[in-house]
Design a protein around this ligand. Structure first.
Ligand SMILES: Nc1nc2c(ncn2[C@@H]2O[C@H](COP(=O)(O)OP(=O)(O)O)[C@@H](O)[C@H]2O)c(=O)[nH]1
Ligand SMILES: [Mg+2]
Length: 388
C-alpha cells in the first residue's frame, strides 16, 4: 500500500474509533460544582427487601420516627437467585465498557499500525484521553511507553501492549490497602461525596459485608436533607441486619452523629458507618457542614473518624478530580471508593485519580448488587481490562 493510501485507511479507522468530531472537552480541573453529579431525585420503585438472614435482630434506634414519604427510596432489589458467575468473570464483565474503549481501542490501533512510531503513540494518547485518563496521566503513560520501547529497540507495535499494561499497574499499585478496622472498637467510618455518587448504597453494601463477618454494625443517617435518603438507609440496615440511628428529615446532621456515636460507644459496635448529605445549596456550605460533623464526632471519640471515605462516581468523568481535591482539602480523605465502573466506558478516570492523588482506592463499585462492591485489587483490575 502506498503512503497516501495508508494515511486514508488510518483516517478511516480514526473516524470509526472517534467519530467525526474532536475529542470531547475535558471538564475544567479547577472548579468543582458539587451539584454536578446528579442522583435520581425521584428514585426508582423499591422492591421489598428480603428479610435479612443475618444473625442479630435489627433495631431502629431513632427518635422520633421518620415520616412516611411519597417518593420511594433508591434501593436496588436483591439479586435474583441465578447461577453464580466466577468472581473474576463478573469483574471482567462489569468492566467490559472500559475494557473495550480503553484497552480494546489501543489494541486495535496497535494491530492496524504495525510499527512503533510517533504517530501511533499519538493515537494511543487520544484513546487514553477519551477514556478519561486525563491529559497529565496520559502523557506520563505514553512517555513511559515511548522511552521503554526505544530502550528495548522495539519495532513491532505489539511490544507496546505489555508496556501499556506495565504503566497502568505501576500507577495503580502503590500504597494499596483495605479499609482499616481497629482492633479496639468502634471503628468510625465517615462516608462523603457529592449527591448521587453512591454513598448510601456503598454503606449498605459495606454493612452487609461486615455483618457477614459477624461484626456489630451501626448505620448513621447523617444525610438529613431528604426523607427518602433516611428511608433508603433504613432499608439497607434492615437488609444487612444491623442497627441504625436516624432522626427526622431536616434535623441537624451533627446532632444525629453525636447521638449515634454515643450509642455506638455504649453498645460496643465494631463498625459505625456514617452517611452524609452530598448536596446543600452551595459548595462552601457542604464543606462547612462536613467540618462540623467531624468536630462533633471528635467530641465523642477524639481520634475518629478512623476512615473518611470519599465516594466518586466513575461516570462523572474529570469532575471526580476536582471533587477529590475539594473534599480532601476540606476534611481530609483517607481512602477513595469509585462506584459505577460498570456503567461507563470512561473508567480511565480511576487511573487518573490514582495518579494525581496519593490517596488509596479502597473499594470499587461494579454494579448495584450487594456483591458488587469489591476490594480494589490493582492486579485483577488491570488483568480484567487486558484479558481476552
Ligand atoms: N450501576 C451501578 N449503580 C450504582 C453503583 N453504586 C451505586 N449505584 C446507584 O447509584 C444511585 C445513587 O446511589 P446512592 O447510594 O443513592 O447515592 P448517594 O446520593 O451518594 O447516597 C442508586 O441508584 C444506586 O443504586 C455501582 O457501583 N454501579
Ligand atoms: Mg445517599
Amino acid at each position: 500500500m502506498s503512503e497516501p493510501q495508508q494515511r486514508e485507511k488510518k483516517k478511516g479507522l480514526f473516524r470509526k474509533l472517534f467519530g467525526a468530531g474532536a475529542p470531547e472537552e475535558l471538564q475544567p480541573g479547577g472548579a468543582t460544582d458539587t451539584s454536578a453529579a446528579t442522583a435520581p431525585d425521584a428514585p426508582s420503585a423499591p422492591d421489598a427487601p428480603d428479610t435479612p438472614s443475618a444473625p442479630s435482630t435489627p433495631s431502629v434506634l431513632s427518635v422520633p420516627s421518620v415520616p412516611s414519604v411519597p417518593s420511594a427510596p433508591s434501593v436496588p432489589a436483591p439479586a435474583p437467585e441465578v447461577p453464580k458467575e466466577g468472581f473474576f468473570a463478573r469483574l471482567k464483565k462489569q468492566l467490559s465498557k472500559t475494557k473495550t474503549s480503553l484497552v480494546g481501542k489501543v489494541r486495535q490501533v496497535i494491530s492496524f499500525h504495525g510499527k512503533v512510531d510517533e504517530e501511533l503513540l499519538e493515537e494511543i494518547e487520544m484513546i487514553l484521553i477519551q477514556s478519561d485518563v486525563g491529559v497529565e496521566t496520559t502523557t506520563k503513560i505514553v512517555d513511559q511507553m515511548r522511552k521503554k520501547s526505544a530502550a528495548r529497540g522495539a519495532q513491532d507495535a505489539q511490544a507496546l501492549i505489555p508496556l501499556f499494561k506495565e504503566a497502568l499497574l505501576e500507577i495503580l499499585s502503590h500504597s494499596e490497602r483495605l479499609i482499616r478496622l481497629r482492633p479496639a472498637p468502634p471503628t468510625v467510618v465517615l462516608v462523603i461525596g457529592v449527591n448521587g455518587t453512591g454513598k448510601t448504597t456503598t454503606i449498605g453494601k459495606l454493612a452487609k459485608e461486615y455483618r457477614l463477618q459477624g461484626k456489630k454494625v451501626l448505620l448513621v443517617a447523617g444525610d438529613t436533607f431528604r426523607a427518602a435518603a433516611i428511608e433508603q438507609l433504613a432499608i439497607w440496615a434492615q437488609r444487612a441486619g444491623c442497627d441504625i440511628v436516624k432522626q427526622e428529615m431536616g434535623s441537624d446532621p451533627g446532632s444525629v452523629c453525636y447521638d449515634a456515636l454515643a450509642t455506638g460507644k455504649a453498645g460496643n459496635y465494631d463498625v459505625i458507618l456514617i452517611d452524609t448529605a452530598g448536596r446543600l445549596h452551595t459548595r462552601s456550605n457542604l464543606m462547612e457542614e462536613l467540618k462540623k460533623v467531624v468536630r462533633v464526632i471528635q467530641k465523642v471519640i477524639p481520634e475518629a473518624p478512623h476512615e473518611t471515605l470519599l465516594v466518586l462516581d466513575a461516570t462523572t468523568g474529570q469532575n471526580a478530580v476536582s471533587q477529590t481535591r475539594t473534599f480532601s482539602e476540606a476534611v481530609g480523605v483517607t481512602g477513595l471508593i469509585m462506584t459505577k465502573l460498570d456503567g461507563t466506558a470512561k473508567g480511565g478516570i480511576l487511573i487518573a485519580i490514582r495518579d494525581l492523588f496519593d490517596i488509596p482506592i479502597l473499594k470499587i463499585g461494579i454494579g448495584e448488587q450487594e456483591g458488587d462492591l469489591r476490594d480494589f485489587d490493582p492486579e485483577s483490575f488491570v488483568e480484567a481490562l487486558f484479558e481476552a
